[in-house]
Design a binder for this molecule. Sequence first.
Ligand code: IPE
Ligand code: IPE
Ligand code: MG
Length: 255
Amino acid sequence: MPKGFKNLNQAENLESKRQTNSIKTPLHIAIIMDGNGRWAKKHGLPRIQGHRKGVDNIRNIVRIAMINKIQYLTLYAFSTENWSRPASEVHGLIELLASVIDRETKELHKQNIRIKHLGRTENLSQNLQRSIQKAVEITKNNIGLTLNVAFDYGGRNELLEAAKNIIREKVNPDLLDETSFEKYLYSSGIPDPDLIIRTAGEMRLSNFLLWQTAYSEYYFTKTLWPDFDEIDMDKALSEYYKRKRQFGQIEDESN
Ligand code: IPE
Ligand code: IPE
Ligand code: MG
């Protein structure tokens, strides 16, 4: 039985859905990992324990993404707005990222995973900047899953930075189009997400991938991020396979 599935039927069902609907597996899934605080509260624990549990779940979700042959997985880990949380929580979240990079990079590299960072780095400590650079550098030629970690990421900041760089480089406005604009984004070269998953019940983007989500499908679940598992991913994928993506066109009537 494929790893990550609780029973064989579940894995077979999903596989047959893929084949009979001839709908392509999403190339890129992006997840807004929300609900760590509520998970902690529910278990009578301090918020940081929820974040710890949430970070632990990343390993699980990477494994599930690989089983499902997802090629790009983007995880929203810390937004430009999250700096306005209490200093102790911000500090705890940054510490967690630092320790997870140091702890996991070797294993991710072994699994042929390419790590990318989306977001600003200038507000992070020199040490953390170096750790991120190192993880990106070591794994840059890997051809398995691409794991994008959105940390100190904000969609508006990304668009603003792109605009600033375009102006700095004195790009000819008549030559600027969507393809050349995309090269100025943190996500340059990464295909747009096919599916955005948000956990913990909120139905908003919270400044995530504003440009890239123009034609993404959305899946919202009440499951809190630390509890999000292969069953939830299966549900999200089943829902995705039911969607009819039109990209502004109409169905070919000859079909
Ligand atoms: C998501 O969990 C993690 C981050 C935003 C860093 P939250 O910390 O937002 O959890 P809730 O929304 O308070 O439950
Ligand atoms: C979005 O979650 C950011 C991340 C998951 C990193 P938030 O919990 O910060 O979003 P809001 O504040 O509820 O919109
Ligand atoms: Mg939240």
